[in-house]
Design a protein around this ligand. Sequence first.
Ligand SMILES: [Zn+2]
Ligand SMILES: [Zn+2]
Length: 231
Amino acid sequence: MKLFYDLHIHSCLSPCGDEDNTPNNIVHMAIIKGLNVIALSDHNTGKNCPAAMAVGKKSGLVVLPAMELTTSEDIHILCLFERYEDLQKLEAHIQKTRLTIKNKPEIFGRQRILDENDEPVGEEENLLIVSSGVSVEEAASLVKGFGGIPVPAHIDKQANGIIGVLGAFDHGLGFEMVESASDTGVGLPRITNSDAHYLWDISEAEHYIEAETCSAHGVFAALKRMCREGK
Ligand SMILES: [Zn+2]
Ligand SMILES: [Zn+2]
């Protein structure tokens, strides 16, 4: 079946994510847009994923747990998971390597953790948008080792895109899928997402994947198949 997706959306936990990007608002906007599956991918954290997944479950939208990892070179890697427990393991690993700089909410924005009713349950104190200690050379195998799919993010953009930073796409780094709005000629399966920081930026029902079932397992299996088949 065709599943319309947007696998790169930021919540209010990302300092640059709009305060209105709560788990409920994101899920319901995605449903209004006609999407079947989304991934919540905050910078270097997945702590709003449980809430978004719970809202998705109640509302009939598949929500994959994800994060947008910043490598030590400042390259953004979208890390998609089927299970939140696996994402948590990656986050625990990254947390140990990330620079510890206190967030200044008045400059960077707040980093709010919410529950499935959009009630605040915490605030991340350390700035999330700083680089991790994970290099782009180790990123792919690290994420795969935790059961995730590592996808170099917005590779058609100069800022924080793997080509913009490194100058070329190195196939030896182990990535099997890329995120891009246009064909960059790297010859790997490509997904196109919104990278929405505001509710209105969430994708329309435009891009789809073919999956066996409309479930996290089905979507993840479809993405893995694309990686395996190279298309
Ligand atoms: Zn990014
Ligand atoms: Zn992003």
